[in-house]
Design a protein around this ligand. Structure first.
Ligand SMILES: Nc1ncnc2c1ncn2[C@@H]1O[C@H](COP(=O)(O)OP(=O)(O)O)[C@@H](O)[C@H]1O
Ligand SMILES: O=C(CO)[C@@H](O)[C@H](O)COP(=O)(O)O
Length: 534
């Protein structure tokens, strides 16, 4: 008897530097993994690290057509490798958070009429009112942030409504800037998507709604009621609700893939598209985070996030709706100087080699003999500071460190900041706390050892660093069953358990306690003092 065809599920990740995909089968095993690197594979867009940094160093954008073309290239790669699209029962995906896409009038008609003989890029080249999408690295909207906070009664009030005070990269402030600087472009935009809902629209052949979890990164969504906040929308631009469209639960089935994918790649006409979400929420799903765990993602950005039951928004950090449990939330801290900062120091101090970088971490002592540093090549988010600031064991500012000291100061400093800011928000790190590490740098054992030592907790990881993709493949399966009330945890119970990657050195806690205190005090000195945000 012929065996039943295998049912598979896809998860896509439109992240800062690349587009990635993972396919899993019903036993949740990864059967295919691939990516398109924006700088290397699509050099015609001239990006560095997937972005264009403008001359003022504040405006950071990515070409929206680069993301469209990346999908063409990725699907062609999958086709050439013999990937069986017909077995895909559902797909979902994710995007870097906060970035916005401005669809020009008439674009939806194009999306609905894609003919299979042309790549998406050819169909959609004239479909965007803004060709360079503002992304999460942008920090050019301080004025719009202050205006939004004032309009709703202050920063804490905005945080109470939307989960965050106003942040420069949050989509609402970016939209307000576009409306203010170029109202004609705003008027021409019939739909404004997040990167995640834009990507879902490509698969759906129709505008896809924004999901609750990624929608929480806009300064627009009332995270408790899960509706757009009219006062926030009105403070930013007119007729915004219509341009944003509806907001939906993150596990919603949006429909089936567009006929385009059936005819061009051989997808089944019944393959479902489950709402796309933000990359950090997707990682929470991929790592099967549980309450009490702390996730540390080491991608282009570094983030630290937790599963929480009750939202307690503060002036630092963010509360997002939870992507896999409609009653729960997640708390997140974002650090802009992540992998690109590590790469710069690797290039300067370790001849561009991660092996040499790791060797330096192995050869230097826990605590770095008291030397510590702040490494912010670009304006940091947590805390608001910029520049490189090195201090010796006597708290004296020094101009440089020996190469291997520099490498340890960078990594210890990055993790001390994470611990200090998480504790400031009231999150306790106990010896039994599990730290779940993910993202590109989580493949580096020595970096994970420093993470374990600084937090004095065990660090776990999963087999793929692409937890956001994996999480979306899981969410695709869950989406098919979510309406019947099946919990996400039941769907992923067969998935591989995170494995222990590092345990803290027994003396680490004793060494770091005084250094953590020094780091927090010195941070006060390097932080930029802004007018009160209250
Ligand atoms: N062995 C390694 N050690 C440290 N960092 C690494 C290593 N391998 C890859 N990386 C980092 O991973 C980053 C990409 O991480 P990834 O999570 O894929 O990013 P994103 O999803 O934001 O595109 C690269 O910029 C690189 O610096
Ligand atoms: O701004 C944030 C989170 O608030 C970033 O974490 C972006 O979501 C970018 O993600 P990566 O491409 O670095 O994974």
């Amino acid at each position: 008897m012929a065996s039943a065809p295998r049912r598979t599920f896809l998860g896509f990740d439109f992240s800062t530097q690349q587009l990635k995909v993972i396919a899993i089968d019903e036993s949740l095993e990864v059967i295919y993994e691939d990516n398109v690197q924006f700088d290397k594979d699509l050099p015609e867009f001239g990006t560095q690290g997937g972005v264009h940094a403008h001359s003022d160093k504040l405006v950071i954008t990515s070409p929206v057509l680069m993301w469209v073309k990346a999908l063409d290239v990725l699907l062609e790669k999958m086709k050439s490798s013999g990937f069986s699209f017909s077995q895909v029962k559902a797909l979902s995906g994710t995007g870097q958070q906060h970035g916005s896409v401005y669809w020009r009038e008439g674009a939806n008609a194009k999306l609905k009429n894609l003919s299979a003989d042309l790549p998406l890029y050819e169909h959609l080249k004239d479909s965007f009112a803004v060709s360079d999408s503002p992304i999460w690295m942008d920090s050019s909207t301080t004025q719009e942030c202050r205006h939004l906070e004032e309009s709703v009664g202050g920063a804490q009030q905005l945080a109470n409504i939307t989960g965050s005070r106003a942040y420069e990269r949050f989509t609402g402030n970016q939209i307000a800037k576009i409306y203010k600087q170029n109202p004609a472009v705003y008027v021409q935009s019939e739909r404004i998507s997040l990167v995640s809902s834009f990507a879902a629209s490509l698969f759906l052949g129709d505008y896809a709604p924004i999901d609750y979890s990624d929608g929480s990164g806009m300064n627009f969504l009332q995270i408790r009621e899960k509706v757009w906040s009219q006062s926030c929308l009105h403070a930013c631009a007119p007729e915004l609700e219509e341009k944003l469209g509806p907001v939906v639960p993150s596990s919603s089935v949006l429909g089936s893939v567009s006929l385009y994918y059936v005819q061009r790649y051989g997808f089944s006409a019944d393959c479902k598209v489950v709402a796309f979400t933000g990359d950090n929420p997707a990682s929470l799903a991929g790592m099967r985070l549980e309450e009490g765990d702390i996730a540390v993602s080491l991608g282009t950005s570094d983030t630290l996030f937790l599963w929480i039951q009750e939202p307690t928004p503060a002036l630092e950090g963010h509360i997002f709706c939870n992507p896999v449990d409609a009653q729960a939330y997640m708390a997140l801290l974002c650090f802009k100087n992540g992998s690109l900062m590590r790469e710069r120091i690797r290039d300067e101090c370790a001849s561009g080699s991660w092996d040499e970088f790791s060797k330096a971490l192995r050869s230097t002592p826990v605590g770095n003999n008291g030397n510590l540093g702040f490494y912010f090549d670009v304006m940091e988010i947590t805390p608001e500071a910029v520049g490189i600031h090195r201090f010796n064991a006597d708290n004296q500012k020094v101009p440089e460190f020996a190469k291997e000291v520099e490498i340890r100061a960078l990594i210890e400093g990055q993790f001390m900041a994470k611990r200090i800011h998480a504790e400031k928000l009231g999150y306790k790190i106990m010896p039994r706390t599990r730290i779940l590490a993910t993202g590109g740098a989580s493949s580096n054992e020595e970096i994970l050892q420093v993470l374990s030592d600084v937090f004095s907790a065990s660090v776990y990881t999963i087999d793929t660093a692409n937890s956001a993709c994996l999480g979306c493949a899981y969410r695709a399966i869950h989406g098919l069953q979510a309406e019947t009330g099946v919990p996400f945890a039941d769907v992923v119970s067969l998935g591989a358990e995170p494995w222990l990657a590092a345990t803290p050195n027994p003396t680490a806690d004793e060494v770091y306690q005084p250094i953590l205190k020094r780091y927090a005090d010195l941070e006060e000195k390097v932080v930029l003092r802004k007018p009160s945000k209250q």
